[in-house]
Design a binder for this molecule. Structure first.
Ligand SMILES: C[S@@+](CC[C@H](N)C(=O)[O-])C[C@H]1O[C@@H](n2cnc3c(N)ncnc32)[C@H](O)[C@@H]1O
Length: 264
């Protein structure tokens, strides 16, 4: 099993705050999640989106949340315990063990970026989707890269951070833009892509985004520091990035690409 590079004691807190900061219900509705659907949340984490999905499909529908992290699943089960129409599955999304053609709607957010090989994962999502059902992948493209004015320490350091993650874990910071082509090659039809802001910070970032990046940068230190020539150089980069987030004169933004397709 491939480890999840962002794992830490603070990861559940970061994921809950991140999911709650974004209009996920809008993305789910736009891409066709409806009342009565049998739906799957792939890489569900602490279950914030699973909860929204279960509410959207209502008592006539149901949702399965899938993750390979037992702690995340415990949190997700607790969060959704009051709902009678969802359950959780401890499985690797690349070999879920779920039956063929079982779901009307299959969703995955912020998971494909961590997969060294997206094709087998997408094939598994297709396998469990019924004919006429929808597959939806919501993911980043260049997360954290779009900032101006941008100090040289960040400008030069960010590619090192991305290089470290790519080399060490197969992370793909541009996976969002690649999903359209991957969907087409996988045989999905009516493929559409929705572009949404992940954050737009004109000036000082709010406490949620500051904590999010603080957790990210601390968690990645063991992986990234060697690519900076040592811990001190990495910490200097991290401080510069955090300063940039709080710079009232700088614009920071990131985008989300939500790709949807129909299984023929
Ligand atoms: C960044 S979190 C996203 C959580 C949730 N989708 C959200 O948007 O809030 C990624 C999740 O995917 C899970 N994950 C990563 N690779 C996985 C795999 N191969 N199989 C199952 N779960 C995986 C991790 O354990 C983690 O909970």
């Amino acid at each position: 099993m491939t480890a999840y590079v962002m794992e830490s004691d603070a990861e559940a807190r970061r994921l809950v705050a991140q999911a709650q900061a974004n209009p996920v219900l809008e993305h789910l509705r736009t891409t066709g999640l409806s009342e009565g659907h049998v739906a799957l949340d792939v890489g569900c984490g602490p279950g914030v989106i699973t909860e929204v999905m279960a509410t959207q499909v209502g008592p006539k529908g149901s949702v399965v949340g899938l993750d390979f992290n037992a702690q995340r699943l415990t949190e997700a089960r607790a969060r959704c315990a009051y709902l009678g129409n969802c359950r959780f599955l401890d499985a690797d999304l690349r070999a879920s063990g779920l039956p063929d053609a079982a779901f009307d709607y299959v969703w995955s957010q912020f998971v494909f970026e961590y997969l060294p090989q997206p094709e087998p994962a997408l094939a598994e999502l297709l396998r469990v989707t019924r004919s006429g059902g929808r597959v939806v992948v919501s993911d980043v493209d260049g997360v954290g890269m779009f900032n101006w004015p941008c100090p040289p320490l960040v400008q030069e350091g960010f590619p090192k951070l991305v290089g470290a993650m790519t080399t060490a874990t197969g992370f793909d910071i541009h996976v969002g833009r690649k999903m359209y082509s991957l969907f087409r090659r996988a045989g999905l039809v009516d493929v559409r892509v929705h572009l949404a802001p992940l954050w737009v910070v004109a000036g000082k970032a709010d406490a949620r985004l500051v904590e999010d990046w603080d957790i990210r940068l601390r968690t990645l230190e063991p992986v990234a520091a060697p690519f900076f020539g040592g811990v001190e150089a990495y910490r200097a980069f991290s401080r510069a990035y955090m300063d940039l987030l709080c710079d009232p004169e700088a614009l920071k933004y990131s985008v989300l690409l939500v790709t949807e397709g129909r299984k023929p």
